[in-house]
Design a protein. Structure first.
Lengths: 198, 285
C-alpha cells in the first residue's frame, strides 16, 4: 500500500469522512508546506499521548485530577452527571454552571449490551457517599429514551445517599417557534411548565 | 392499535446522461421507488455519519425494516424528538426493491411510551421483547407480529409492578411462539406422543417436553416438577392471572429457560444482549 493510500484509509476512519473526502484531504495536505503537516502530525500524537481521563470525574484532560476537579473556585456541593466528556464542554460554554462534573461514559442500552456495570456508576456512588460535600446531583443525561432510563437508574442508586437529585429541564428551545416544534417536545414542555416569577 | 395504513406506490423517473454524442437520444433510466406509509414501532436507533440516524422499525405492512433518517441529529431536523426507541407512530419510507436500507421520509409519533424510561425493569423487559422481534422477525409483511408487539408494549406500561416479572416471562414466551418457535407442551417434542400430567422432562434442544422413551435417549433434558410445568404452560399461553407467586429460585429457572430456549432455537451466532441483560437484571433485583 502506498503512503497516499495509507493516509486515505486512516482519514476515512474518522467520523463523517468518507473515501472521497479522505482523498481530498490527503492531496490538500500534500500541497501544504512540510512544517505545517509535521505540526498537524505532532498535534495528533500529542493528544494521543497527553490526554487522559480524570480518575475523579472521567473528564478528558492533561492533568489528573483534571483542571475542573482541582479548581478551588468550583462549587463542590453541586455535581452534574453527564453521559460523555464532550457534554462538559457544552455546559461549560454556557458559563452558568460552577459546580463539578461526573462522566458516566455512555448510557444504558440493553440492545447494545451496555449495562450499569459498563458505566462509571460505582465511582459516582463513592463520590456521593454520606459525609461528602455534595449537596445536589444534577442528572444531565441526554433527553432520549436511553438517557432518561439512565437517569432513572442513577436516581435509584442515589436514593439513600442523602443528596438532592434533580433532572435538567426538557422542552422548547430558546428562540424556537411553537408552530414548528414536534408534538413530543411540546407535550414535554407542557408537563414541565412552571409558575412565572413575578 | 395503530390506525389504518396504506401502501402507495409512486413511480419516479430519473434522467441520467451517459455522455451521449450530439444528436443521440439521451439515455433515460427508469427506477421504481415506492413511498410506503405504515404504522411502525422504533425497535432500535443509532447514529449514522455526522448527523443522521439509522432506525430499525417493526412495521405493520412491510415487516422489520431498516431506514436512514437523514439529518435526524440536526437541531432543526423535522424528525425532532420522534425517533425514540419503542415509540410508535406512522412511518413514511421510500423503499427500493432489493435494498436493505431504505429512506425514512417522516415519522409521526402516535405513542411515545416515555413511561417505560421511568422504570428500569420495565424498560429492559421492553427492549428484550424488541430484540426478539428485531433479530428474528422476517422482513416480509407480518401484521400479527407487529400487533403483538404493540399490545405487549402498551400492556407493559400499565402492568402492576408486582406482576412485572411474570408478565415479562409471558410476553417473551408469547413472542417466541408468534415467531414460530413455540415449545411443545402437550405432546412429546420428538414423537408427538401425548404426555401424562405431572413432572416431565423438558429439552431445550428438542424444543419442548419429552415422553419417557425419548427422554431416556436425550442428554440435555431436565426435569420440571408438576407446578413448574403448569407455570410454564400458563406463561406460554399468556395466562398470567392464574399464576401463583413464583418463588425466586423457580423464577430464576424460568428466566434461564426462556433465554436458553431463545438462544438455542433462534440465534446460534448472535448474542441476544438485551435478553441476557433482562435475565441478569432480575437476578440482581
Amino acid at each position: 500500500m502506498s503512503a497516499i493510500d495509507e493516509l486515505c484509509s486512516e482519514l476515512a476512519k474518522l467520523p463523517g469522512i468518507g473515501r472521497k473526502t479522505a482523498t481530498r484531504l490527503t492531496y490538500f495536505l500534500l500541497k501544504q508546506p512540510p512544517d505545517e503537516v509535521v505540526r498537524l502530525a505532532a498535534a495528533i500524537r500529542s493528544v494521543s499521548e497527553r490526554i487522559r481521563p480524570c480518575s475523579v470525574c472521567g473528564n478528558l484532560g492533561e492533568t489528573d485530577p483534571c483542571l475542573i476537579c482541582e479548581d478551588p473556585r468550583r462549587d463542590k456541593e453541586l455535581l452534574c452527571v453527564v453521559e460523555e466528556a464532550s457534554d462538559i464542554g457544552a455546559i461549560e460554554r454556557t458559563g452558568e454552571y460552577r459546580g463539578l462534573y461526573h462522566v458516566l461514559g455512555g448510557h444504558l442500552s440493553p440492545l447494545d449490551g451496555i449495562g450499569p456495570e459498563d458505566l462509571r456508576i460505582e465511582g459516582l456512588r463513592a463520590r456521593v457517599a454520606n459525609g461528602c460535600e455534595v449537596r445536589e446531583v444534577i442528572l444531565a443525561t441526554n433527553p432520549s429514551m436511553e438517557g432518561e432510563v439512565t437517569a432513572t437508574y442513577v436516581r435509584g442508586v442515589l436514593e439513600n445517599a442523602g443528596v438532592q437529585v434533580t433532572r435538567i429541564a426538557l422542552g422548547l428551545p430558546v428562540g424556537g417557534d411553537l408552530e414548528y416544534a414536534d408534538g413530543v417536545t411540546i407535550a414535554q414542555a407542557l408537563a414541565a411548565r412552571r409558575e412565572m416569577p413575578r | 392499535m395503530a390506525g389504518p395504513s396504506s401502501l402507495r406506490g409512486r413511480q419516479s423517473f430519473a434522467r441520467v446522461d451517459f455522455g451521449q454524442r450530439p444528436g443521440e437520444v439521451p439515455a433515460r433510466v427508469c427506477f421504481h421507488m415506492a413511498l410506503v406509509t405504515t404504522a411502525a414501532v422504533v425497535l432500535h436507533a443509532f447514529k449514522y455519519s455526522e448527523s443522521s440516524k439509522i432506525v430499525r422499525l417493526a412495521t405493520e405492512d412491510v415487516g422489520v425494516q431498516s431506514a436512514v433518517a437523514k439529518g435526524a441529529m440536526r437541531p432543526k431536523s423535522k424528525f425532532g424528538a420522534r425517533l425514540q426507541v419503542l415509540s410508535g407512530g406512522v412511518a413514511e419510507m421510500y423503499m427500493k426493491p432489493n435494498r436493505d436500507l431504505h429512506t425514512l421520509a417522516a415519522f409521526d409519533v402516535t405513542r411515545q411510551r416515555s413511561e417505560l424510561a421511568g422504570d428500569v425493569e420495565r424498560y429492559v423487559t421492553a427492549t428484550a421483547l424488541a430484540e426478539l422481534i428485531l433479530r428474528l422477525a422476517p422482513a416480509e409483511p407480518n401484521p400479527t407480529v407487529y400487533h403483538y408487539l404493540v399490545a405487549m408494549l402498551d400492556d407493559l406500561v400499565a402492568v402492576d409492578r408486582v406482576n412485572l416479572e411474570p408478565f415479562g416471562l409471558a410476553a417473551l414466551w408469547g413472542a417466541v411462539g408468534i415467531l414460530g418457535f413455540a415449545p411443545a407442551l402437550d405432546g412429546c417434542a420428538c414423537d408427538g406422543r401425548r404426555l401424562p400430567d405431572g413432572a416431565a422432562k423438558f429439552s431445550i434442544a428438542d424444543g419442548g417436553f419429552l415422553c419417557q422413551t425419548c427422554a431416556a435417549t436425550s442428554t440435555s433434558a431436565t426435569t420440571l416438577q408438576k407446578q413448574d410445568r403448569q407455570t410454564l404452560e400458563k406463561l406460554v399461553s399468556g395466562n398470567i392471572d392464574d399464576i401463583a407467586p413464583i418463588p425466586p429460585r423457580h423464577a430464576a429457572a424460568h428466566r434461564r429457560l426462556i433465554v436458553r430456549f431463545a438462544e438455542c432455537h433462534m440465534n446460534e451466532d448472535l448474542e441476544l444482549k438485551a435478553l441476557s441483560m433482562w435475565e441478569r437484571m432480575w437476578s440482581d433485583t
